[in-house]
Design a protein around this ligand. Structure first.
Ligand code: NAP
Length: 283
């Protein structure tokens, strides 16, 4: 890669940001399409977020991804938010259009594209399945937004903090007038009881990231008919158990890949080189 006076700058804002895989696969995508651009990590402390966002305009940075812990806070500092950001309440992508910043959330798109790939293997469609989503944080809201947009008819949501699910239902009620019938809040301790009513189990909590994390329910109760997704980027205990039982399963890599691909397309208007991005990610 040769940098010159015309090299465009893209990046990711996070705290911490050093574990991010985005610089690798986004840079590979720019290279593959012969776009004169770099994608760099920006370590931004929460108290510096506003200054960093102003800096995007001042430095003519073309676009950025936003990661933990800034996804919600960043909405305050942009000029416009897309429809999905309004509902999800979090943004992970900003496009700088000559100093006008528009925020998007590509997590919902990323999740649904990964889910559809998995469901193809089971020859199933979203509308005919019952979902159990564990968690009600930012990632869960993106997942549930995507499921509702795709016509899911039943979603059980289990979260440690009940109020967060209640807020999610309230916020999504203008998206779909049947939201109160579609979504049923349950407690974490009720999960085992609901497994028989569920086809697809999705963990959107951070539980499973650390080896010592306690299971969210009795994983031995999984049946081989369950389709299991953990949006954490590795084979968690939940996924290991799903594999053991013979379930169809998926980790967080497809969601990560496709959300990144969508960000790339928003910034460049060009189709993302998925194969190359995936190759880098899997390395
Ligand atoms: P968040 O907004 O902080 O939400 C965290 C969720 O985890 C909440 O529902 C929280 O429950 C729950 N939780 C945390 N610790 C728990 C515990 N010990 N027991 C039970 N529940 C617990 O975080 P987020 O942004 O949604 O991210 C969640 C996970 O998704 C992270 O691991 C992140 O890396 C992953 N993620 C993956 C992708 C991808 O592309 N694959 C994209 C986005 C996020 P309470 O509400 O009770 O606190």
């Amino acid at each position: 890669m040769i940098l010159n006076g015309e090299t465009q700058v893209y990046g990711i804002l996070g705290y911490p940001v050093k574990h991010s895989k985005s610089p690798m696969f986004q840079t590979a995508a720019f290279e593959a399409l012969g776009i004169n651009a770099v994608y760099v990590p920006f370590h931004v402390k929460p108290e510096d977020l506003k200054k960093a966002i102003d800096g995007i305009k001042a430095l003519s940075i073309k676009g950025v991804n936003i990661t933990v812990p800034h996804k919600e806070e960043v909405i305050k500092y942009v000029n416009e938010v897309s429809e999905e950001v309004k509902y999800i309440g979090a943004a992970n992508t900003i496009k700088n259009i000559d100093g006008y910043l528009k925020a998007y959330n590509t997590d919902a798109y990323g999740f649904i594209r990964g889910l559809k790939e998995l469901l193809q293997k089971a020859k199933k469609e979203i509308y005919e399945l019952k979902f159990l989503v564990i968690g009600a944080g930012g990632a869960s809201r993106a997942v549930v937004y995507g499921l509702l947009k795709e016509g899911a008819q039943k979603i059980y949501i289990a979260n440690r903090t009940k109020e967060r699910v209640e807020k999610l239902i309230k916020d999504f009620s203008s998206l779909n007038k049947f939201v109160k019938e579609i979504i049923t809040p349950i407690s974490l301790s009720e999960i085992d009881k609901f497994l028989d009513k569920t086809d697809v189990i999705i963990n959107t909590t951070s539980v499973g990231l650390k080896e010592e994390d306690k299971p969210l329910f009795r994983y031995e109760n999984l049946k081989k008919e369950h389709i299991v997704i953990d949006i954490i980027y590795k084979k968690t205990l939940l996924l290991k158990e799903a594999e053991k039982k013979g379930c169809l399963w998926q980790d967080g890599l497809p969601m990560l890949l496709y959300q990144g691909a969508k960000s790339f397309e928003i910034w460049t208007g060009k189709e993302a080189p998925i194969k190359i991005m995936e190759e880098i990610l899997r390395k």
